[in-house]
Design a protein around this ligand. Structure first.
Ligand SMILES: [Zn+2]
Length: 330
């Protein structure tokens, strides 16, 4: 008898937990409601609620079918559910927890960004030592590139991640595990440097042609090393004679200057804009900026990379610079 009672209590308990959990889940699907005015037709009602009838009528009818009259007429005193107009985007490359995110604005609508994270595949790029840990340039560049991609997409841009790693989303840990399974949009990355650079440049140029005449920019992101181990400023390179590249680089540098002066006034930061005869800059058809974010062998520069907040800040600043560039030079 006791065990039967216990079983009964258990069942009730599970039903209770189930109800709570489904209720919690359904909360993400709660809708705003609105009551029709007297004699108001469906189209007029939708328009009054800032919903475009062509876009939202079908969904509205689906949501409210139980409460609609003949020929989908609205009933008096019924609070109708309004379709959600929030737009969500999905990008599996950002990792499980971040693959679905909300569109914040359409400020970059119509733009296309080709983001090239440095190195990858068989080439980890520069290696730094931090205690007994090894920091690989390609992993940190990739994480920052993903964060930049997300910011751009959240604001309406179309982004092509040229270098991809299916299983490394945006990572919050300090020490990013090395892997060599990155691809160039699905294709194996060759070890030979010339072949490697040619592959990614051709990928960008192909996408550029497909997206013409949209506003397009290419950003190449590196975390480099200097043999001296000294702290370096952030370098923004553009192709020789590229006016648009120089402007884009200057816009990004200007954001970095402002932020560094605000956060580390004692450091005397100076980002450097320079032209440089690099293969990826020379051969890339869209306007391109090559960013070198610091020296992975320098202790103080390493702080820029191992803290996820700092990686996010670097991505945010590049985003702001690219946005300013777009606003001024589109
Ligand atoms: Zn590099």
């Amino acid at each position: 008898m006791i065990s039967l009672t216990m079983r009964f209590i258990k069942i009730i308990f599970f039903i209770y937990v189930f109800l709570i959990s489904t209720n919690l889940l359904s909360q993400s699907n709660t809708y705003n409601t609105s009551i029709p005015n007297k004699g108001e037709g469906l189209n007029a009602f939708l328009i009054r609620n800032n919903l475009n009838p062509t876009e939202h009528k079908a969904e509205f009818i689906e949501l409210n079918k139980k409460n609609l009259g003949k020929k989908n007429s609205l009933r008096k005193d019924v609070a109708y559910n309004l379709p959600n107009t929030e737009k969500w985007i999905e990008e599996p490359l950002f990792g499980k927890d971040r693959s679905k995110f909300k569109l914040d604005s359409n400020i970059l609508k119509g733009t296309v960004f080709h983001l090239v994270s440095g190195h990858g595949g068989p080439d980890p790029g520069a290696l730094g030592k931090y205690g007994d840990k090894t920091l690989a340039e390609d992993e940190y560049a990739y994480d920052i590139t993903l964060r930049l991609a997300k910011r751009l997409m959240e604001n309406g841009a179309k982004v092509n991640m040229i270098i991809q790693d299916e299983n490394d989303g945006i990572r919050d840990e300090s020490f990013l595990k090395m892997s060599d399974d990155e691809t160039c949009m699905g294709a194996t990355i060759p070890l030979d440097q010339m072949k490697r650079l040619k592959q990614r440049t051709e990928a960008v140029n192909k996408l550029y042609a497909q997206n013409k005449p949209a506003y397009q920019r290419c950003v190449v992101i590196h975390v480099d090393s200097r043999s001296t181990g000294k702290s370096i400023d952030v370098f923004f390179y553009h192709a020789p004679k590229s006016k648009s590249g120089k402007k884009a680089a200057e816009e990004i540098r200007s954001v970095f200057n402002t932020k560094y002066n605000k956060h580390q006034p004692s450091r005397g930061y100076s980002g450097v804009v320079k032209d440089r005869n690099l293969y990826v800059l020379r051969k890339t058809i869209p306007t391109a900026v090559f960013v070198e974010l610091g020296n992975i062998r320098n202790f103080s520069d390493q702080q820029r990379f191992i803290l996820q907040d700092n990686r996010q800040a670097l991505a945010n600043w590049m985003y702001e610079g690219l946005l300013n560039d777009f606003k001024k030079h589109k």
